[in-house]
Design a protein around this ligand. Sequence first.
Ligand code: IMP
Length: 435
Amino acid sequence: MPGLAIVGAQWGDEGKGKVTDLLAEQADVVIRFQGGNNAGHTIVRGDEVYRLHLIPSGILYPGKLCLIGNGVVVDPKVITSELDELRRRGVDTGGLRISANAHIIMPYHLLLDSEGETKLGKLQIGTTRRGIGPCYADKAARLGIRMQDLLDEKILRQKIYAALEPKRQLLRPFAKDPSIDLHAMTEEYRTLGHRLEPYIADTQRIVWDALDRNGMVVFEGAQGTLLDIDHGTYPFVTSSNPVAGAACVGAGVGPKDIDEVWGIAKAYVTRVGAGPFPTELEGELGDRIREAGGEFGTTTGRPRRCGWLDLVGLRYAVRLNGLTGLAITKLDVLTGIDPLCVATEYSGPEGATFSEFPYHQSILHKSTGIYTELPGWQEDITGARSLEDLPQTAREYIEYIEEFLGVPVVLVGVGPGRDQMIWTEAARRLQQAAA
Ligand code: IMP
């Protein structure tokens, strides 16, 4: 499978990092195509735990080409500290490349993100306050600063000046904040540019070369389909497009370069931040899933909202991304819960029912799941390495999802370890067909 996109099929945190990490072993190139350090993934390697926000997880394979595409927004301070930490732990970071066209998160983006949220009060989105929205806003307004700008002091100063000008009013409360002083910023970001210079590259060309050689390229998405700025639960979304189509724009390839699209979904659903969540469980069961699944944000530490598996939302994700395979993660977290519920429709306002994801915000806000009950299992499944190792009811849960969505399940996660992943026959078939 020369071009394989990995995308989140829910509201993020589905375990994309782990899947990418597993696939990276066989890949020639791994490239991130959107988002920034609002993402976060934890990779467990034996006793070692790595927490990364920007650098693709493939970096743990020595020399593996790990790219940050043009569609990503990069906070140079975060990436330098991730590099320092990896080096301190003896990881070879020589395979990292950052697109010269990737936009940069500046200190004023962080201030504006926090300030914007505070001003929204009760209506706040619950952003990660990492400056993501304001940075993408500057990109669209053509006031952004890109990685390549860090390499030229004169250009950098001019661009920071131009970006600050229209924000004077908004930034007035921070007028004395030294972090947004034009001269201090120019100096500091020029220094960061020096440090990052060896990594700045024409990443799209690296991807083209790999594809032309028939190499395998993994396009790693961040966040999830329902957080997509166009297709998600707007305005409770992130400021980029986590759907598979964005892999083309954010990495610089054509649609035909992507052969497979795998969606990652948890066996249940979580969401961080505000916004509609039709299958949310607010009581004891929600708490139980949160504890069992360790559902606390990697980036902000916030407790995640938890709920039943939402097949209406997943069907929407299948269509939007053109999913060819589905990975179900954290199945083990559901052990001991009986019966299990999956939403197959929504109940909306005034007795209406919806079998498709409603496009209207007011309807979605008032929708709750209509559930089908499936039998649970009590057995410990963390040692299962094939579908046959699972109890029958766990297998039936997977089969139900597969049949409802019409997409083969390629991977099933049964624990946090690298080996705690079942590769199904469908995954092997797809891999062989592509090879
Ligand atoms: P932002 O991306 O920081 O602007 O946040 C916008 C929304 O996306 C908020 O609801 C965040 O909680 C959510 N979000 C952003 N990144 C992630 C992620 O990696 N996982 C889950 N939710 C995320």
